[in-house]
Design a protein around this ligand. Structure first.
Ligand SMILES: [Zn+2]
Ligand SMILES: [Zn+2]
Length: 113
């Protein structure tokens, strides 16, 4: 993911590991899935405002360790979140739409309930 040395240092720190564990303990269900009426176990913690949206180390540190900036997500929702946030090209938007359609079809065919 990120190659920023400050980011790498923080993401590997015990402070982050503890905060992440605390977040997953208090919100063990993926917040996006939950909003869609699903109960998927969250395995990843996302920063709502990306840590790297600021350039200086102090700002990054504040975003990284701000508990209210965290979101518990499952792997699928986390990947989707980053695809959406970081892909703005026409092709990727079309690809996202295609994926969303496919997901709808899959859900429909799998017939929840
Ligand atoms: Zn999810
Ligand atoms: Zn993330």
């Amino acid at each position: 993911m990120s190659r920023n040395p400050h980011y790498i240092k923080m993401i590997n720190s015990s402070r982050w590991r503890l905060l992440r564990a605390k977040k997953l303990r208090s919100s063990p269900i993926c917040e996006v899935c939950e909003a869609n009426g699903l109960s998927t176990l969250a395995t990843e913690v996302h920063h709502k405002t990306p840590v790297e949206s600021v350039a200086h180390e102090l700002g990054m540190r504040q975003l990284m360790f701000d508990y209210s900036n965290l979101q518990s997500l499952c792997h699928a929702c986390h990947s989707e979140m980053h695809r959406r946030a970081f892909s703005h090209s026409k092709e990727s938007i079309q690809a996202n739409n295609k994926r969303a359609t496919q997901r709808f079809v899959d859900n429909f065919l799998n017939g929840e309930e």
